[in-house]
Design a protein around this ligand. Structure first.
Ligand code: A5P
Length: 226
């Protein structure tokens, strides 16, 4: 069984499903499309234009947080790093802010890791890959560059196709150079305190389940729910 197949088990008929962004989420959305074609009834809340387009191509009915009153039953997404407490770093795909909003709206957040990148992503401690994405409104970029540098996370403005990357929200993404993070909650607070910062790629205490697919082996990691 793949991690996408396992993730499908978390989707009940009639569910509102958050659709993540990136390769792992794409694999899941394709599988969900097949299930919908076979009669499963869901409504999707996409976390990016890219995932929205894919869902439309697959005829997955879509809805919005406005229509659902800001609630989602379950969201399936990927991640760039996961630590031993199921904290995450996300955002290398640039959809971090919408992903975090949809994750926060969700009763359950299920994260898919693997099969090609388990060693890279299953880092135990956040920060080992050396990058933390931070989304900033355009007017705040110069200040954020200086403040992030002062925090010891030297940032670079993300580029795409030789131009500054623009998020689906019309913002810039700064990729901050980091080393393993001793106190992620403190770093989140410090970065969020910079005026103009919309969000960081730190997803702390948000994931409920991480499905790690390592070759043929599928590991289900669950966070204790309060
Ligand atoms: C998108 O902004 C990201 O948060 C992705 O969810 C994350 O980068 C994982 O993507 P892949 O599944 O493509 O590795």
């Amino acid at each position: 069984m793949t991690n996408s197949e396992k993730a499908l088990e978390y989707i009940k008929d009639g569910a509102i499903v958050g659709l993540g962004t990136g390769q792992a989420a794409t694999a899941f959305i394709r599988l969900l499309g097949k299930a919908v074609a076979q009669g499963l009834q869901v409504r999707g809340v996409p976390t990016s234009r890219q995932s929205e387009q894919l869902a439309r191509e697959l005829h997955i009915p879509l809805t919005t947080l406005e229509e659902t009153g800001g609630t989602v039953d379950v969201t399936i997404d990927g991640a760039d790093e996961v630590d031993r407490d199921l904290n995450l770093i996300k955002g290398l795909g640039g959809a971090l802010v919408r992903e975090k909003i949809v994750a926060a709206a969700s009763d359950r957040l299920v994260i898919l890791i693997g099969p090609k990148d388990v060693a890279l992503k299953d880092t135990g401690v956040l920060g080992k890959r050396g990058v933390l994405p931070v989304e900033v409104v355009p007017f705040g970029v110069a200040l954020a560059l200086r403040r992030l540098n002062d925090l010891g996370c030297p940032p670079t403005i993300r580029q795409k196709d030789n131009r500054p990357f623009v998020s689906d929200n019309g913002n810039s993404v700064l990729d901050c150079k980091i080393s393993p993070i001793a106190r992620p909650a403190q770093l989140e607070e410090q970065i969020r305190a910079i005026p103009g910062v919309v969000g960081t790629g730190l997803f702390l205490a948000m994931a409920d389940v991480v499905l790690v697919q390592d070759g043929d082996r599928l590991e289900v990691r669950e966070r204790a729910r309060s």
